[in-house]
Design a protein around this ligand. Structure first.
Ligand code: COA
Length: 387
């Protein structure tokens, strides 16, 4: 099944490896929550939210949806775009601040749902900077000849850890996922470089206090809403406006280019005013900035890949554009990366290819159920295997 779907890349020598994005996809839940809907829950207004954040609406998970369901949906689209079989993926990295569980990792659940039987899988938590951290790790794993194909996903179901009675946070966040397939190629380009930064002294300004080992879950933590996002908005705002422009300048310098060489900036979508401040500091025209916050709110790790998918769809990102991705978030973390968008748009899948793909996913699900049953049978037959 895997060889039928696989695209065999050009032979790549260990000395010349570049990490190109060859597939991309996004997914957001159907349910939309408008600012007027939020004004029914807390003391706020559509006018205030739009003026202070630029957000008009956000997509929010239904009860039966979660980070994994969004990650899998986005990953399937990215794999279809790249015409790559899940069996050909060597590594899955999921950037998320709202993982399905503490463990198993969201990435392992995605691996199982996709039937990516040859992939290693792990989560990466750098809050809203996770996608840039993950791209950096994926690109370095490819360039060092450790892997050929990596699925990089940013996925969030932040609505599940949002306190819907806190107007300081519930107006901001949204749910969704975006995914890239990155693959080794011998042609120069792709993900060029990144700069990754952190400052843990600012951790308390944006956090989920309970549920980890520092403050384990208890009746008291639940009663006190300690499992929800807590934020000092003003502090985060000041930090964000301080680091966005300098991160872009540092990443450009490291890539041996200038800010003027960048065709399109894709900033983390946290607040339109933060993006406007970075635009001014960098002295770049507004049309070079991708802004999608009005439709999705802040989707944390998913915001950059969602913004890229939207910008490609609208023709704002074109082949051979040089992109600057920049983000900041809890940790505190921040970072920027230079990406050459140089792979030609792949042709859409044929009907037969699509059918094969859906059979593959159904088959993967059956195999997963079968493996779970086998495990249970083993336990019944052998009991405590350690003895
Ligand atoms: N609706 C109406 N009024 C609100 C409000 C809301 N949702 N939230 C706060 N206010 C009020 C405040 O009580 C305050 O009133 P006061 O002047 O009478 O005291 C006033 O609006 C201004 O509050 P302030 O907190 O200074 O607003 P702000 O302009 O900083 O906007 C945020 C608040 C949260 C939108 C903004 O600080 C922000 O976006 N910060 C960055 C957050 C972020 O990006 N987080 C994610 C990082 S990845």
């Amino acid at each position: 099944m895997s060889t039928e779907l696989a695209v065999i890349p050009d032979p790549v020598t260990a000395a010349q490896r570049y990490a190109h994005v060859i597939g991309w996809g996004m997914h957001v839940p159907e349910k939309i929550v408008t600012n007027d809907d939020i004004a029914k829950l807390v003391d706020t207004s559509d006018e205030w939210i739009q003026a202070r954040t630029g957000i008009r609406q956000r997509h929010v998970a239904a009860e039966n949806e979660s980070t994994v369901t969004f990650a899998v949906a986005a990953a399937r689209k990215a794999l279809a775009k790249a015409n790559i079989s899940p069996a050909d993926v060597d590594l899955i990295i999921v950037g998320t601040a709202s993982p399905e569980h503490i463990f198993p990792s969201t990435a392992c659940l995605v691996q199982d749902a996709l039937g990516a039987k040859n992939a290693g899988a792990y989560d990466l938590l750098a809050a809203c900077t996770s996608f840039i951290y993950a791209l950096s790790q994926a690109a370095n794993a490819i360039k060092s000849n450790e892997v050929d194909t990596v699925l990089v996903i940013g996925a969030e179901a932040l609505s599940k850890i949002t306190d819907w009675s806190d107007r300081g946070t519930c107006i901001l966040f949204g749910d969704g996922a975006g995914a890239f397939v990155m693959q080794a190629r011998s042609e120069p380009g792709g993900f060029i470089n990144s700069i990754l930064r952190s400052d843990g002294s600012g951790g308390p300004s944006l956090m989920v206090p309970a549920g980890g080992t520092g403050m384990p879950a208890s009746t008291a933590t639940v009663m006190d809403n300690q499992h929800f996002i807590k934020m000092n908005g003003r502090e985060v705002f000041r930090f964000a406006t301080r680091v966005m422009a300098s991160a872009c300048q540092d990443a450009a310098e490291r890539a041996g280019i200038t800010i003027d060489d960048i065709d399109i900036f894709v900033p983390h979508q946290a607040n339109k005013r933060i993006i406007e401040s970075a635009t001014k500091k960098l002295k770049v025209p507004e049309e070079k900035m991708v802004v999608t916050i009005q439709d999705y709110g802040n989707t944390s790790s998913a915001s950059i890949p969602i913004a890229i998918c939207e910008a490609i769809e609208k023709g704002q990102i074109k082949q051979n554009d040089t992109l600057m991705l920049v983000a900041f978030g809890g940790g505190l973390t921040w970072g920027a990366g230079v990406l050459q968008w140089d792979v030609p748009p792949p042709p859409p899948l044929t009907r037969i290819q699509e059918t094969r793909r859906s059979i593959f996913y159904r088959y993967a699900r059956i195999k997963s159920v079968f493996r779970r049953i086998l495990r249970r049978m083993e336990a019944r037959i052998f009991g405590d295997g350690a003895k």
